[in-house]
Design a protein around this ligand. Structure first.
Ligand SMILES: Cc1ncc(COP(=O)(O)O)c(C=O)c1O
Length: 386
């Protein structure tokens, strides 16, 4: 007998995963593939943290922790908000999670009921809308472009006139890297408070910026849920560690959900994160490498035909309008991989409507890979007129 698969489980795949498997196949065939598709640092856990962790493994049992996370880490994150943002975020409002991905599940479950409507920008990180849909929450898509720095703004929301229960904002954003300026973030926070909209602020790329630091919603309003992660700035994707800052009245319900769904975030990772927060020099060296990679690509990509790029204020992405070359970015990325060995992500992952004419380059990898990719793409463009 064939039993049913729940309709809610039928969420679309990550297209980038398909690119990654095509890239792996070419590597298996002996080709050198340049990975500008994956959104993860080329580096691992900071050395300083790895050394302290090695000593800890000898002595600690590393059992479950309390669901909210180890007190030292919650206190350290609270200190981070004071030092980086001048914001008073008590440890009691901080919940340590299994990556920001688990924080989204907790936040959406805690804040929204089935049938609620949550606004989000397109282009944007695809998992937001896929998780919302799996939970029976309706994503309300706001198409955004260069005129609003690819971010939702209060005028964008007001012009659309949609009734919303929640709004997701990511600054710096994936895939565009654009940052919401402080005044606009304040305006968005005030608008959400006024209209009774639960603001979810995804701050996973905080710390990776090339101009002014991104402002945290945690310093602007107590009603927002603020989500962050150790994956990007702290270079710890595989450790699956993140956190959220919850409004005081939500922390207990979220704690109970976390107890039931996850018991606790991985204990070893919690200590790794705690130690990584003391490795500022190494982490800043990573950001300096991203800045060099970004400068290199901004210099060379235009000569390869990629001259219409979103202003990458932060994160490690360049989002290129390739409508002059193609209206099928998935096919374009596949051809680019086959003919140059440069793997990139089609915009369709981030924007179901307009993504067919965009490509995302990730510059999180090694600088020499960026230089080689730029060289190959220039030659490709010259040869094919792409
Ligand atoms: C904007 C954004 N949010 C969240 C995530 C999920 O990250 P993690 O679960 O590793 O914290 C990603 C991953 O690429 C991302 O780009």
């Amino acid at each position: 007998m064939v039993l049913k698969v729940a309709a809610r489980a039928k969420v679309p795949p990550f297209i980038v995963m398909d690119v990654m498997s095509q890239a792996a196949a070419r590597e298996a065939a002996g080709e050198r593939v340049l990975h500008l598709e994956v959104g993860q640092p080329g580096t691992g856990l900071p050395r300083g943290a790895a050394e302290r962790l090695a000593a800890l493994i000898e002595t600690e049992r590393l059992g479950y922790t309390v669901a909210l996370g180890i007190p030292e880490l919650r206190a350290r994150i609270s200190r981070h908000y004071r030092e980086a943002h001048g914001a008073d975020v008590p440890p009691e409002r901080i919940l340590v999670t299994t990556g920001s991905s688990a924080a989204f599940q907790l936040a959406f479950l805690g804040a929204f009921a089935a049938g609620d409507r949550v606004g989000l920008a397109a282009p944007g990180y695809p998992a937001y809308r896929h998780i919302l849909k799996a939970l029976g929450v309706e994503p309300v898509i706001f198409p955004v472009g260069a005129d609003s720095r690819y971010q939702p703004t209060v005028p964008v929301l007001e012009a659309a006139g949609e009734r919303l229960d929640g709004l997701i904002v990511a600054s710096p954003s994936n895939p565009t890297g654009t940052v919401v300026p402080p005044d606009e973030m304040r305006a968005l926070a005030a608008h959400c408070e006024r209209e009774g909209i639960r603001l979810i602020s995804d701050e996973i790329y905080h710390g990776i910026v090339y101009g002014e630091p991104a402002v945290s919603a945690a310093g602007l309003t107590e009603t927002a849920i603020v989500i962050n992660s150790f994956s990007k700035y702290y270079s710890m994707t595989g450790w699956r560690l993140g956190w959220l800052v919850a409004p005081p009245d939500m922390i207990r319900p979220l704690e109970c959900l976390a107890q039931n769904m996850f018991i606790s975030a991985p204990t070893l990772s919690q200590y790794a994160g705690l130690f990584a927060m003391d490795c500022e020099d190494e982490l800043q060296a990573n950001v300096a490498r991203y800045a060099a990679n970004r400068a290199l690509l901004l210099e060379h990509l235009p000569a390869a035909g990629f001259d219409r790029l979103a202003p990458a204020d932060g994160a490690f992405y360049l989002y290129a309008d390739v409508s002059r070359q193609t209206n099928d970015s998935q096919d374009f990325c596949r051809r680019m991989l086959m003919e140059t060995g440069v793997a990139t992500t089609p915009g369709l992952d981030f924007d179901a409507e307009q993504g067919c004419r965009f490509v995302r380059f990730s510059f999180a990898g090694a600088t020499e890979d960026m230089a080689e990719a730029a060289k190959r793409l220039k030659a490709w463009s010259a040869a094919s007129g792409s």
